[in-house]
Write a protein that binds this ligand. Structure first.
Ligand code: MG
Length: 215
């Protein structure tokens, strides 16, 4: 069976994601300030910290994802609440049935999250949004899986895809949201959503890698 990630007692992965957003809040607002209103880090931090109070260490990974998703949808405003809320809820829906999450199941969860985001945000690849991070992250993960890599290596590939996609938003012109009003002038800057999505995916990958078990 190879490497698996046990759902039980792994809320710690979600708590590490929350911590990473908290630590990067000022950085995210600074990036948002270059092409938007500079509130991305503040909004994200508010929602993620609210969720932190509702998550306990001993909870399941999927349960913690559900609480985070729900908190973001219900309690943070703007466009990011529903967008990230959808991403975490989609991950929860695919993963909650599994006692032991395999690399195949995790790919399915990741693809469902990506599709949910694209539907909700109406964003395509190249629009300079978080889709430009999650899309290549999914592709790299899938490619690694097809090459027969183990779960940990697939997660590593996901991180590399996320990083590359996020960095590439500097070359793109914004098509959606506040930054779209800048047109060509949005080129040369990172997208704030793509950056927070990269922090989330890379932290999730590293945190899961540490907790994989052999079957
Ligand atoms: Mg903003």
């Amino acid at each position: 069976m190879g490497q698996v990630f046990e759902n039980a007692n792994h809320a710690s992965v979600v708590l590490e994601i929350i911590e990473a957003i908290h630590e990067n809040a000022s950085y995210l607002s600074e990036i948002d300030g270059a092409t938007g209103d500079g509130d991305h880090g503040v909004n994200m931090n508010k929602g993620f910290m609210m969720a932190k109070d509702r998550i306990e260490e001993g909870m399941d990974f999927a349960e913690a994802l559900k609480i985070l998703g729900r908190t973001l949808v219900m309690d943070i405003g703007g466009s990011m609440g529903p967008i990230y809320g959808t991403m975490f809820s989609k991950l929860n829906k695919t993963l909650k049935k599994e006692e032991k999450i395999t690399k195949e199941v995790f790919l399915e969860a990741l693809e469902n999250a990506r599709d949910g985001l694209m539907d909700l945000a109406g964003a395509q690849l190249g629009d300079k949004t978080l889709v430009d991070t999650i899309y290549p992250a999914c592709e790299e993960y899938k490619k690694a899986m097809e090459e027969g890599k183990n779960f940990g290596e697939c997660l590593g590939a996901m991180s590399e895809g996320a990083e590359r996609g996020k960095e590439n938003t500097k070359n793109l012109v914004a098509k959606l949201g506040r930054a779209a009003r800048l047109g060509e002038r949005s080129r040369g800057f990172l997208d704030a959503g793509a950056t927070s999505c990269c922090i989330i995916l890379k932290t999730m990958a590293a945190s899961m890698q540490k907790r994989l078990s052999e079957e």
